[in-house]
Design a protein around this ligand. Structure first.
Ligand code: FAD
Ligand code: FES
Length: 325
């Protein structure tokens, strides 16, 4: 059995136990959130021993080469000595809350100051650190053009960070974050003609709005279709902003999918997304799926079967874990 050394502690891992589980069993507080390889909150570095390739999936090459790994995905076959990330490899930025605005019953918009030297692409996510918690939130704004980082935070009953954002956080307060992470962002091709389809529900709109604005800002010439879904009309938000964006850009279309509307064409977001993809032309289309994990995973399969290339489907499932700390 592999032995994991961390600071002054040592733990012998049990069968199929991850580094995260083993260290928690010892009582160590290791930052984590999704516990399934999606959020990178449990990033650690191996200072001795080799980590399995699976525990480095999705990490930037620069982090991989410095032996960083995801503790929740790491079931080592040899002894390891591990540490938390160094500030120079994964810098932590201070930020001030500039404004807070309720977008609908469940979702609030938080604008953070954009620290000097911080660069990120709209659609990537940052990890906000508050007390001992660390959670991922997608960037909805264009940080350089807008001058701030906008997050759309859905309130999760009993959730530590989302409750802090909804109930305690006020303009003027300080927080810190690290990042950026993720590869869900607009990458222009030489011809800029390919169709773009963006689909999400709830706060999944955050990265999609950022990606759509970024593509239009970069003068994308092909059609850009954004579908925002919700169970009921009141779950939608930013309708005015997106309608204005549509009026100002003939390449952009804003569509909504509301289950309770009963609309034959649009109420079923899965069917609606598939027919929009067929209309746009599946071959060559770039697809972005964000938000509720079940929907994201389901759409990923359906749109692939409808003809989209798997390398052109980019997903950010907002995985929340019941056992998160
Ligand atoms: C890549 C990525 C990007 C993300 N981007 C965003 C974003 O832009 N906006 C956003 O709002 N969130 C986003 N998330 C989710 C976010 O990171 C947090 O997981 C979420 O805000 C919950 O954190 P919390 O601290 O409030 O809840 P936690 O303290 O983590 O607690 C979760 C609690 O809620 C309960 N719970 C678990 N699942 C659910 C559920 N589906 N509904 C209700 N309760 C549940 C559990 O019992 C648990 O006790 C993203 C996640 C990932 C992985
Ligand atoms: S990737 Fe390990 S906790 Fe999210």
């Amino acid at each position: 059995m592999a032995v994991v050394s961390y600071q002054k502690s040592k733990v012998v891992l049990q069968d199929n136990e991850s580094v995260l589980q083993g260290l928690e069993r010892l009582g160590e507080k290791i930052p984590s959130s999704c516990r399934s390889g999606a959020c990178q909150c449990c990033l650690m570095r191996a200072v001795a021993g080799a980590v399995p390739a699976k525990s480095q999936e999705g990490l930037k090459e620069t982090l991989k080469s410095q032996h960083y790994f995801l503790a929740c995905q790491c079931v080592p076959t040899e002894d390891l000595a591990v540490t938390l990330p160094a500030d120079d490899a994964v810098p932590v930025y201070p930020a001030q809350v500039i404004s807070k605005k309720q977008l609908n019953e469940e979702i609030t918009s938080i604008r953070l100051s954009c620290p000097a030297g911080f660069r990120c692409r709209p659609g990537q996510y940052i990890q906000v650190m508050q007390d001992s918690h660390i959670r991922s939130y997608s960037v909805a704004s264009l940080p350089i053009e807008d001058g701030f980082l906008e997050l759309h935070v859905r309130k999760i009953p009993g959730g530590s960070m989302s409750t802090w954002f909804h109930e305690t956080c006020q303009p003027g307060m300080q927080c810190s974050f690290r990042g950026p992470f993720g590869s869900c962002f607009y990458v222009p091709d030489a011809d800029r003609q390919f169709p773009i389809l963006l689909v999400g529900t709830g706060s999944g709109l955050a990265p999609l709005e950022g990606i759509a604005r970024d593509a239009l800002q970069q003068e994308h010439e092909g059609p850009v279709v954004l579908i925002h879904g919700s169970l009921r009309e009141s779950g939608l938000y930013h309708g005015n902003e997106l309608t204005a964006l549509q009026s100002a850009n003939k390449a952009f279309s804003y569509r909504t999918s509301v289950v309770e509307s009963g609309e034959t064409e649009s109420a079923d977001i899965r069917q609606f997304a598939k027919s929009e993809l067929t209309r746009l032309g599946a071959a060559g289309a770039r697809i972005f799926l964000c938000g509720a994990p079940d929907l994201v995973n389901d759409l990923k399969v359906r749109l692939f079967l409808a003809g989209a290339a798997s390398s052109h489907i980019h997903c950010d499932p907002f995985i929340i874990n019941a056992a998160s700390t």
